[in-house]
Design a protein around this ligand. Structure first.
Ligand code: ZN
Length: 423
């Protein structure tokens, strides 16, 4: 941690300003929640983000991703064209001599369905006690608000950084990661932090994730002679069992970052679609699955394991010999990543966390995927650090409002100490 008096003074002033403007911080989260932003509907919120950054004096670029991105390693395909769903980059050039930093946040949120399960309107931020409810309040409009408000407070206080501060506001974190992949190819920096909600812990490792669709062909027939048809749903059962066995086998392997984590690798058969009538033998069935893998294992290696498991399940079956199972890779197709705990940025963030919270920063190895990987792949050390809340991807998602100010203080002090303060 810096003992430079200019930096120390600037951190004290920033902390006072964070406390004084807590209401504005909360309102910024609420305003972001008021902009619904599921996949395909990110344009409006990105307009708000761009305008906010512009008014804080950053150089702002609003830019569409190129379709060719989908061909790159670790890219995915959401099936939705990129045009009109931009990323936003905000750059604040340093005065020189400092280290540069990227703050990253995704604006896309998962669907609030089933909405009937909510106690509140998911797009109408509602504060009850210490909680702010709404879709994205936690994951991760809380972090997006910090990425907007910290540059705003620095501008208002007249604090100039020596190193560059770059804000990446991205799309498609929840289904492919393409937004951050594209952003990571445009800006280099000495470190990056994804301000995902982590409850004040550092996510220093996370699994890779692949989505895939398995198509099974059957033969439709009247149910009164069901034995003459081929039931695509029941033909899919051995494939599901083989995938579950693969999950069990993968969890017998270990990875140092995931020591002590229960069942780190997870298969989820998330969607099954087949048949359309109780008295008709279903002629088709599709499984839509998600499987994770340890960091260090490539997408190609994981695909080979999935393909081998399915091939084993259908081997020796004469129907499958003539009607092969199809596998389509869609959505996430990315390896996992880790960041070393010895990285200077990780050490410094931990030091400021300990100062603000009076306890060591927790460490989290993520069994879900997040966008930090693309910076690590590009040689920019990156982890996730953010606020506390609950019910991400579920009904009544909430942000613990008490976590906003201390998280802002940790990140704010880290920015000043990492980048350096010139005035
Ligand atoms: Zn998130």
């Amino acid at each position: 941690m810096s003992t430079n008096p200019t930096t120390t003074r600037a951190i004290e002033r920033l902390w006072q300003e964070i406390e004084r403007r807590e209401g504005e911080l909360v309102e910024t989260v609420a305003e972001l929640v008021r902009h619904p932003s599921p996949l395909g509907q990110e344009a409006e919120i990105q307009g708000y983000v761009a305008e906010h950054l512009r008014r804080s004096g950053l150089d702002v670029e609003v830019w569409d991703l190129d379709e060719s991105l989908k061909l790159l390693p670790n890219a995915g395909d959401s099936g939705v064209p990129f045009l009109g769903r931009p990323n936003v980059t905000g750059r604040s050039a340093g005065t020189g001599g400092g280290r540069s930093l990227i703050l990253n946040g995704h604006v896309d949120v998962v669907s609030p369905e089933p909405v009937e399960a909510w106690s509140y309107d998911p797009w109408l931020p509602t504060i009850v006690g210490d909680r702010l409810y709404g879709r994205g309040a936690h994951d991760m409009k809380s972090g997006d608000a910090l990425n907007l408000m910290l540059p705003r407070l620095l501008r208002d206080l007249g604090i100039e950084l020596q190193g560059d501060l770059i804000i990446h506001s991205v799309i498609e974190e929840e289904c492919t990661g393409n937004g951050t992949l594209a952003a990571s190819l445009r800006d280099q920096a000495d470190a990056a932090i994804v301000t995902e909600p982590t409850g004040g812990a550092l996510t220093h490792a996370h699994v890779g994730v692949l989505w895939f669709r398995v198509g099974v062909t059957g033969k439709s027939w009247h149910a009164m002679q069901a034995w003459r048809g081929v039931n695509a749903i029941t033909k899919a059962i051995p494939i599901m069992q083989a995938l579950q066995a693969l999950d069990a086998r993968l969890n017998e392997q270990t990875h140092p970052a995931f020591a002590g984590v229960e069942h780190p690798i997870n298969l989820n058969i998330g969607v099954i679609q087949g048949g359309d009538w109780p008295s008709t033998v279903p002629g088709a069935c599709e499984l839509h699955c998600r499987l994770s893998c340890y960091p260090g294992q490539s997408v190609a290696e994981t695909r080979r394991e999935i393909e081998a498991a399915i091939a084993g399940a259908v081997a020796g079956d004469s129907w499958f010999a003539e009607h092969p199972v199809s596998i389509v890779w869609d959505g996430f197709q990315s390896a996992g990543s880790t960041v070393s705990l010895d990285e200077p940025s990780v050490q410094l963030l931990g030091a400021w966390h300990a100062r603000v919270f009076g306890a060591p920063m927790g460490l989290n190895a993520g069994t879900g995927i997040n966008d930090m990987r693309y910076y690590n792949f590009a040689g920019v050390p990156a982890g996730c650090y953010g606020t506390l809340g609950g019910n991400a991807h579920g009904a009544d998602e909430w942000l613990d409002l008490r976590s906003l100010v201390p998280t802002a203080k940790v990140l704010g002090a880290f920015i000043l100490d990492w980048c350096g303060v010139s005035s």
